[in-house]
Design a protein around this ligand. Structure first.
Ligand code: ZNH
Length: 143
């Protein structure tokens, strides 16, 4: 559970992202970082072709970022808000849950490199907790 202060910090950072998604690579740079640092994660994207082109990456990143935006708007009710997405990851995509912390880490690197000093240690801690909560919801339907 996030404290009121942590929620405010998550929302504050989202305000800096919202409307500027493109400059964050639409989230694609987070995925690119994931593939670079943890190449084994590419296996889940095989159906998109042998070498993912940049457009596909950006589209995927954009969708993920939108989902994060939805999660920010529904911090009190993550489970209901992300339920269809949880079904998709658990039943269709079957992404191993151990991949989520890796993506969370790459996403935070993107945030830190774009926001620099604006992304404080407290904000990072709040985002880490928030994204971990999102990952818990997205992976809890696995059987
Ligand atoms: Zn995921 C998809 C979100 C993680 C893999 N995703 C997806 C989508 C979204 C997401 C929104 C779209 C859907 C539709 O279309 O309907 N994810 C997300 C989030 C997260 C994630 C928010 C965290 C936080 N994923 C993940 C991981 C992985 C993945 C970790 C691995 C590595 N996804 C994926 C895939 C897909 C997705 C493979 C599909 C793609 C295509 O096909 O296009």
């Amino acid at each position: 559970m996030l404290s009121a202060q942590e929620r405010a910090q998550v929302a504050q950072v989202w305000d800096l992202i919202a409307g500027h998604e493109a400059s964050f690579g639409g989230g694609g740079h987070g995925v690119l970082g994931l593939f670079t640092v943890y190449p084994s994660t590419k296996i889940y994207f095989k159906h998109l072709g042998l070498c993912l082109d940049e457009t596909q990456l950006l589209t995927h990143g954009q969708r993920m970022l939108e989902a994060v935006g939805v999660a920010v708007q529904h911090m009190d009710n993550l489970r209901a808000a992300l339920s269809p997405l949880a079904d998709l990851h658990a039943q269709v995509l079957r992404v191993d849950p151990s991949n989520f912390p890796l993506l969370i880490q790459c996403f935070q690197v993107v945030l830190a490199s774009h926001l620099q000093g604006e992304f404080t240690v407290e904000m990072q801690a709040a985002w880490d907790k928030f994204l971990t909560g999102v990952a818990v919801v997205l992976t809890e339907k696995y059987r």
